[in-house]
Design a protein. Structure first.
Length: 357
């Protein structure tokens, strides 16, 4: 259940991080090795980092991962015993599934080719080991029939869900940033080539070259790079002498310091700060999601149960002191609930050559 108040999060477990970093190298433990002990409980932020490392090292030998908050375990889907042993040695819990990463990737490739319909989205759900395809209320008639046909062709590898409302970028605009005809939200303060910048959504950056910290105010920043559709991020260079801490506005008089960027993990608890609705929380439900807005498709997104409304675009998605994402768009609102997609911060930083302060 979402709340405007921040909640206490798991304390950092330094000993756990050390144990993970010194675990047996992935793939070094064969099928005949002695059984490993149960994985040490992780925080959700640690689980995200471990999931990224396992995915990087084992590639498509795994079929997705998710964080089980009840046990503190990162659960990694596998299809063979050798990979299961490597996953356990790395500090995660292996789970044998029937659909491989290759089969799920083939399913998403089919959707990319046959179902790029505005008002649809899809991502692999590691909990069900399926591709979950979503269609908003605008998908009707011939377009719905086309989507039904594409999903049916995938058999038990995919499932279709209808969602209320319409997928849309949450444009109207952390803290409010104003363009001459629209409002968005600041994501995170960053640096590039030693100069102060901030991140926001690309669909915001596309609409204006200048930004202010108040309506009809003097410009404080200029858009230097904006990407949307395809992805959804923009880089704005500060042009005024203004305070720009590495922190997120909590809308209760406080701030959450941001010390680094982190990868998201399915099952992870996250919070979003935006200039329309303040702070709301939820869970990550999917990674590498594709969203088909009316304006075009975006890929590689984080799917969540966090709500957002027009004006929250570009705002910060964070977990503890880690930057996780930039608000892109979704459906629903913060009264009846909804889902929101986020641009991963790590991808934006890498593409832009920027760093968190």
């Amino acid at each position: 259940m979402t709340t405007r108040r921040t909640r206490a999060r798991h304390a950092a477990l330094a000993a756990t991080a050390a144990a993970v970093m010194t675990a047996t190298a992935l793939g070094a433990q064969g099928a005949g090795a002695a059984p490993a002990a149960d994985p040490t409980p992780l925080t959700d932020t640690q689980a995200g980092a471990l999931a990224h490392r396992i995915t990087h090292d084992l590639g498509d030998r795994t079929a997705g991962a998710y964080y089980d908050a009840a046990t503190g375990k990162l659960v990694v889907n596998v299809v063979d015993a050798k990979t299961a042993a490597a996953v356990r040695a790395a500090g995660a819990e292996p789970r044998t599934v029937t659909r491989s990463a290759a089969r799920l990737a083939a399913a998403t490739k089919t959707l990319d080719a046959q179902a790029r319909i505005p008002g649809t989205a899809w991502a692999v759900d590691p909990r069900t080991n399926k591709v979950v395809v979503k269609a908003d209320s605008t998908v009707r008639g011939e377009r719905l029939a086309r989507l039904d046909k594409a999903v049916a062709s995938l058999g038990d590898a995919a499932t279709l869900r209808r969602v209320p409302g319409a997928f849309r970028p949450t444009l109207a605009g952390g803290d409010a940033i104003w363009a001459p005809r629209a409002r968005c939200s600041l994501g995170f303060n960053v640096t590039k080539n030693g100069q102060a910048h901030f991140l926001t959504a690309g669909h915001c950056g596309n609409i204006s070259s200048t930004w202010s910290d108040r309506q009809s105010g003097a410009a404080i920043g200029r858009t230097v790079t904006s990407v949307f559709p395809g992805h959804d991020y923009a880089l704005v260079r500060y042009t005024a002498n203004i305070d720009h801490p590495s922190a997120v506005d909590l809308y209760d008089g406080g701030q959450q310091p941001i010390t680094g960027a982190a990868e998201a993990a399915v099952g992870q608890s996250v919070q979003r700060s935006g200039s329309t609705t303040g702070v709301y929380g939820g869970q990550v439900t999917g990674l590498d999601a594709t969203v088909n807005y009316q304006e075009g498709s975006v890929t590689g997104m984080i799917d969540t149960t966090v709500c957002a409304e027009p004006g929250d675009s570009g705002g910060a998605l964070f977990a503890d002191s880690s930057a996780v994402g930039l608000t892109s768009g979704g459906s629903g609102d913060c009264s009846s609930g909804g889902e929101t997609f986020f641009q991963p911060v790590t991808d934006a930083l890498s593409a832009l050559g920027a760093q968190l302060p």
